[in-house]
Design a protein around this ligand. Structure first.
Ligand code: HEC
Length: 143
């Protein structure tokens, strides 16, 4: 037995213990922080839900007025081989990345809004708001 008292390689037992006993539960507990996610959700409901819908699926009240339907934001990971493209989404929200071929892009440039009047009225810095929004979107991805 590897970890019997007479085992010749005690270091192995320590490593095995770390891998099995410590690393696994630590990974399982790696959940998003609710303060960040709830702040992102609040901003989402205010800034994004009119088009993308409160559940993010693209059925907001303004959706029908747009030339191009707002994307179903819960399918981003699914459409990207199951991985949520965090920084791509961050850049899209901040308006730093235009979607190629999307001539009718009708999404407001939030960077301008977040650095403009809203920032002057004491909101968090724009990158913090966009980060929280991106983290929130990551949590609403369908399996
Ligand atoms: C005025 C309507 C409107 C508002 C408000 C809006 N969006 Fe959009 N959004 C769109 C439309 C329309 C598209 C699709 C653009 C296209 O395909 O050309 C889109 C696309 C996106 C995409 C790209 C998804 C992909 O993978 O292609 C993301 C991410 C996104 N929106 C996030 C947000 C977030 C976060 C907010 C709030 C901060 C927001 N949107 C607010 C209309 C809106």
């Amino acid at each position: 037995m590897l970890c019997a008292p007479r085992a010749s390689l005690p270091a192995l037992c320590v490593i095995a213990g770390l891998l099995l006993g410590v690393a696994t539960p630590a990974l399982a507990q790696d959940k998003p922080d609710p303060t960040v996610i709830n702040a992102g959700k609040d901003d989402f409901e205010w800034q994004c839900a009119p088009c993308h819908g409160t559940d993010g699926t693209g059925n907001g009240p303004m959706a029908k007025q747009l030339i191009k339907a707002p994307t179903n934001l819960t399918g981003i990971a699914k459409n990207n081989d199951g991985t949520f493209p965090f920084w791509r989404v961050y850049r899209i929200i901040s308006g730093k990345k235009q979607l190629p071929g999307h001539e009718t892009f009708q999404m407001p440039e939030f960077w301008k809004r977040f650095t403009g009047a809203e920032y002057a009225f004491g909101f968090l810095p724009p990158h913090v708001r966009v980060l929280m929004l991106t983290h929130y979107l990551e949590t609403i991805q369908e399996e």
